[in-house]
Structures are given as C-alpha cells and as structure tokens.
Design a protein around this ligand. Structure first.
Ligand SMILES: Cc1cc2nc3c(=O)[nH]c(=O)nc-3n(C[C@H](O)[C@H](O)[C@H](O)COP(=O)(O)OP(=O)(O)OC[C@H]3O[C@@H](n4cnc5c(N)ncnc54)[C@H](O)[C@@H]3O)c2cc1C
Length: 285
C-alpha cells in the first residue's frame, strides 16, 4: 500500500519544528530516519497529515563524550555509533547493543531519537536507555524538560512525548573503565527484532563482589523492563556459577512475557534465563 497524502516541511531550527508540530494539532508527526514511520504509513497504521523532518536542524547528529557520560543527539544514526571507536571504551554496552539493531540499510538511516520515540518493546536502544538510567532531553511548546528513561516508556509504542514535543538528546551516565557488562539477545535472523534480550552491568567492590547491578530485558513485556529481583540476586555476591544460576532463576520467575507468533511465553521466559546466564558468564570471564 501507499501512504495517504501528507504535507512536508523541513525546518532549520528546533523552535520552528515545535511550532509546526503545535500548529498540526495532533495531526503532524516528526520524521527522523523514517525506518519505522514510513512502513507504518504505508500500512496506514499511521496517517499523519503533516511530516516535520528534523534533518536540517543543526547539532542533532552529534555524539559528545564528556566527564558526565555520553550524549547522543536524537539524529545520531546506528551507523554513526558503530563507526565511532571512542564508544568502545566510553560506553561498550551501547556499542555492543547497536550491533544487533536491524540490517545494514536500516542502520544507515535509523536514529536514536526515532527508536526511543517509537518505543518498540523489542528494540535495543530503549532497553539500553532504561538499564543505564539514561536521561532524555525533550523540547516542546511548554519548554524543555529532562525525563528519566524509567518514566519515559509507558507501553507498547507509547511514551510520555506530547504531540508537539521533540526528543533532542539521550544522556547515558559515565561508564567506569572497570565495569563488568554484557548485552545478549536472540533473534531468528541477525538484524531481526529480538525475541528477547538482556542488557546488564555491575561494578565489583573491594572483595570482588557485585554491586550496583543493573539488569534490563527487552521483548518480554509491553516496554523494556528492569529485572529488580535478578539485580537483588546479583548484588553482594561473587559472580560464580551459583550466583549466575540464582540470578537467572530470579529473572525467569519475575517476568511475565507475552506469547505471539514468534514464540510462546514459556520459551521467552527460558530464553531470558539463558541469555542472562551467558551474559553473566561472559562478564565474569
Ligand atoms: C526491517 C526492519 C528491521 C528493524 N530491526 C530493528 C531492530 O532489530 N532493532 C531496533 O531497535 N530497531 C529495528 N528497526 C527499527 C529501526 O531501528 C528504526 O530506525 C527505529 O526504530 C526508528 O528510528 P527512525 O529514525 O527511523 O524513526 P522514524 O521512523 O523517523 O520515526 C519513528 C517514530 O518516532 C517519532 N520520532 C522520530 N524522531 C523523533 C524525535 N527526535 N522526537 C520525537 N519523536 C520522534 C516519529 O514521529 C515516529 O512516530 C527495524 C526496522 C525495519 C524496517
């Protein structure tokens, strides 16, 4: 199918973009990489009357690495992250997660802001943002606000974004060099959306025990989730076989994954435990 007719504008400033969205009164939508929006328009699952393209707004495509962490402009593409060798040390979890996103052509256009705003429950970037306690900068007609990732995702393809708001930046807090981490997912073919995936990191205290455990999962709920029971099972323990088994068991018990044409709930539950065990084993190694 073809999309229904729409108007198009490519403003040069954020202020102009916000005022176009505001004037659209709920019928205007941002287009960034177009890799999720255009298919939805082609299927008439989205029928915006007006598209506001962010591509001529300066500085939205910048990756900035500072003392307080990594700042990704909303128009940073997957290929920009993959091509930036600084991120291998500045944020290895991010760098690894992005290798699982989509296929070559899509990675050349798909953007960080588009993925976060689209909020697919199986997408990698929302999972990384949630696991890492990321902050999102959002600009709209009522001003600028900073939102925690933990509050931003409200359901499948749903966020707190208002119709006239633009996500401009994702801030991932600073990453200590000694941090242990892993990102694991399973998809039928490389580049497909994950059936399930896990992102994890923790630090080691002076006795070699895990602390500050952060564990997130994708593809197992309406939106990315943190696995609090699994984090509790990891904190305070040496990461050995017993701990890994306990963390995986806690994760399996605390999730309530959906069944769909791709996999039944029981399979996804088992998968999360397996991915977590593999990730923890790798991180400890
Ligand atoms: C075949 C295929 C496979 C894919 N596989 C994966 C995968 O494995 N993992 C994965 O994560 N993704 C996958 N994707 C999605 C891809 O990563 C998209 O690029 C991404 O989800 C959306 O980014 P975009 O820049 O293309 O956004 P767009 O399609 O331009 O926009 C998506 C939505 O976000 C809104 N939006 C965009 N930018 C902003 C902003 N700055 N502020 C507010 N709202 C905004 C738009 O209005 C729209 O509603 C796949 C896509 C395809 C077609």
């Amino acid at each position: 199918m073809k999309p229904s007719a729409f108007e198009y504008a490519s403003p040069a400033t954020l202020e102009e973009a916000v005022s176009l969205l505001h004037a659209g009164n709920g019928n205007a939508k941002i287009i960034s990489g177009g890799q999720s929006l255009m298919p939805m328009m082609a299927f008439r699952l989205a029928v915006p009357e007006f598209l506001v393209d962010l591509k001529h707004i300066p500085d939205l495509n910048i990756i900035r690495i500072a003392d307080d962490g990594v700042h990704l402009g909303a128009r940073v593409r997957w290929c920009d992250i993959a091509g930036d060798a600084r991120l291998l040390t500045a944020h290895p979890l991010l760098a690894e997660a992005v290798t699982h996103v989509a296929h070559y052509q899509i990675r050349n256009r798909g953007t960080v802001g588009g993925s976060l705003a689209h909020a697919d429950p199986s997408a990698e970037m929302p999972g990384v943002a949630l696991t890492c306690d990321a902050l999102l900068t959002i600009i709209g007609s009522s001003g600028t606000r900073i939102e925690k990732a933990s509050a931003f995702f409200t359901g499948p393809l749903q966020t707190t974004l208002e119709a006239d708001e633009i996500l401009t930046e994702l801030h991932l807090p600073a990453w200590p060099a000694a941090r242990r981490w892993a990102f694991k997912e399973f998809a039928r073919r490389k580049g497909d959306f994950a059936m399930a995936g896990v992102a994890l990191f923790y630090d080691l205290d002076g006795n070699g025990r895990a602390e500050n455990a952060h564990i997130g999962a994708i593809g197992v709920s309406d939106c990315p989730i943190r696995l609090g029971a699994a984090e509790a099972a990891l904190n305070g323990n040496v990461v050995d076989d017993n701990t890994i088994a306990a963390v995986a068991a806690a994760a399996r018990a605390e999730i309530d994954p959906p069944s769909d044409i791709h996999a039944p709930a029981a399979y996804r539950r088992a998968l999360v435990g397996t991915l977590l065990a593999r990730g923890l084993t790798q991180s400890a190694g």
